[in-house]
Design a protein around this ligand. Structure first.
Ligand SMILES: Cc1cc2nc3c(=O)[nH]c(=O)nc-3n(C[C@H](O)[C@H](O)[C@H](O)COP(=O)(O)O)c2cc1C
Length: 186
């Protein structure tokens, strides 16, 4: 069985360093683990209870929910915007949190990787993403979540997957996620 990890990236720009961190996680996934970067976040409308009607949920939101339901674990990879998680990611969490108590992330192991040019590595965004995921019902791996700071200049030359320290950290995150996935036939 392949363990499916769904990666949601909080930056939509094509040259996103957080996007590269997600690519690195995908490249470093061990045998038996597949990391898929979700490509449709920009198309998901702002959460609105008027739109969240059974049988009539907007296709882009439904597709996001389906992707999370099909996944064994969730990896959020996020920059920090104005001291918190970017709206695109909060919006995704909102859609994944409903119906209340039975959202698509309920009981899903989840870890957060955050990255910013500063030494803090977007740690406020990281903490806020963990908090929101936890409220949404995910099984948040607090200790396994990492903040990647002060390396963006290095990543301009070296892809994070080829950067030893970052690769080791990402491997640790993946390993913790895999360890938190319940065996199907336990
Ligand atoms: C709207 C906006 C707000 C930002 N606020 C912060 C911030 O609060 N803290 C921080 O470390 N960087 C902040 N930045 C800088 C981002 O860390 C930087 O743009 C980073 O490269 C974004 O990640 P990305 O490369 O994955 O797009 C902000 C950038 C934008 C566009």
């Amino acid at each position: 069985m392949t363990i499916q990890v769904l990666a949601l990236v909080g930056s939509l720009r094509s040259a996103s360093v957080n996007g590269k961190l997600a690519e690195a996680a995908a490249a470093l996934a061990p045998e038996g683990v597949e990391v898929t970067i979700y490509e449709g976040l920009a198309d998901v409308p702002f959460y609105n209870e008027d739109l969240d009607v059974e049988g009539a949920v907007p296709a882009a939101a439904e597709a996001l929910r389906d992707a999370a339901k099909a996944a064994d674990a969730l990896l959020l990879v996020t920059p920090e915007y104005n001291g918190t998680t970017p709206a695109v990611l909060n919006n995704a969490i909102d859609w994944l949190s409903r119906p209340y108590g039975a959202g698509a992330v309920k009981d899903l192991p989840a870890a957060v990787v955050s990255g910013s040019p500063s030494a803090y590595g977007a740690q406020w965004a990281n903490a806020d993403a963990r908090k929101a995921l936890g409220v949404a019902g995910a099984k948040v791996l607090e200790e396994a979540s990492i903040a990647v700071g002060g390396r963006f200049q290095v990543f301009a030359e070296t892809h994070p997957k080829d950067h030893e320290e970052t690769a080791a950290e990402l491997a640790g995150v993946l390993s913790a996620l895999v360890g938190a996935v319940e065996p199907v036939n336990a």
